[in-house]
Design a protein around this ligand. Structure first.
Ligand SMILES: [Fe+2]
Length: 268
């Protein structure tokens, strides 16, 4: 290994809430979700190049179809690195798990670049809100106890804090106090990352950077009382992680993607 390679940060790409569908024409509020994912991936390759790891943080399918997961695996094939897939409220766990296993994307604990990545399943079948089961919380605590010296990024689909949007208050992580009780025991946790809210969100909590990311399809208006969408381009999040625990992160968008958003929808 050259000295440059030894110091190069780990590049991690987060893609979230692609809401893919079985039909090639599948659209959410007028936005074709395959086309918008393609646009985001093209933008990543153009402006960032190849990542070292991809985190796909839920609502991978809108309809839970096998075809949607097949399409995701196919699209991610343009990247040279591995990925890890999480379930969101729109996903169907069985076909997702099967497809993820075929792509080696069913890993829930990853050690790479001097970091530990922990993926938690907060999905509850048939519900929009999230919850972490006792076994997920145990898994989190065990993984963190196993590698106290590695900076950690913990990711899940649902928001574990209030994000200042009334209609999203009831659809976040329900048992968030249980989650934070575990996180608070492990000072090596640097980042908690989620999807679900289809918007950029950044805040600090006890020295942990909390982050959420635009969807690769439609965006929800921030700070809104009722469901509402915003005419913003599909996006992704990019991380550069140093083994020291230092990191930088940025949201990027496919600004040249053309779409006509149905602003009058009352839900998705
Ligand atoms: Fe979503």
């Amino acid at each position: 290994m050259t000295s440059m390679e030894a110091t190069r940060p780990l590049r991690v790409l987060q893609l979230t809430d692609p809401h893919l569908m079985a039909s090639v024409d599948g659209a959410l509020l007028g936005v074709n979700t395959r086309d918008s994912l393609n646009a985001v991936i093209a933008e990543v390759l153009k402006s960032r190049g190849q990542p070292d790891l991809i985190l796909a943080t839920g609502d991978l399918a809108q309809d839970g179809s096998e075809e949607a997961y097949r399409v995701l695996g196919d699209r991610l094939g343009v990247f040279d690195c591995g990925s890890a897939w999480l379930a969101g409220n729109h996903d169907h766990v069985e076909p997702l798990t099967k497809a993820a296993a075929r792509h080696g994307a069913d890993r829930r604990q990853i050690i790479q670049g001097g970091w530990q990545f922990i993926l938690l399943d907060s999905s509850v079948p048939g519900k929009v809100f999230g919850e972490l089961s006792e076994s997920e919380l145990d898994f989190l605590a065990q993984a963190l106890a196993q590698h106290p010296d590695l900076p950690a990024l913990v990711t899940l689909h649902h928001h574990p804090v209030d994000i200042g949007a009334d209609w999203m208050r009831e659809i976040g992580l329900r048992n968030r106090e249980d989650f934070w009780q575990v996180i608070d025991r492990f000072p090596q946790v640097k980042i908690v990352l989620w999807g679900h809210i289809h918007q950029t969100h950044e805040q600090q909590r006890n020295g942990v950077q909390l982050l959420a990311t635009p969807s690769t399809c439609i965006q929800f208006a921030s700070g809104s009382r009722k469901f509402s969408v915003e005419d913003l381009a599909p996006g992704y999040r990019w991380f550069e992680l140093q083994a020291s625990g230092n990191f930088t992160t940025e949201v990027g968008r496919a600004l040249d993607f053309e779409f006509e958003l149905d602003q009058n929808s009352s839900g998705y």
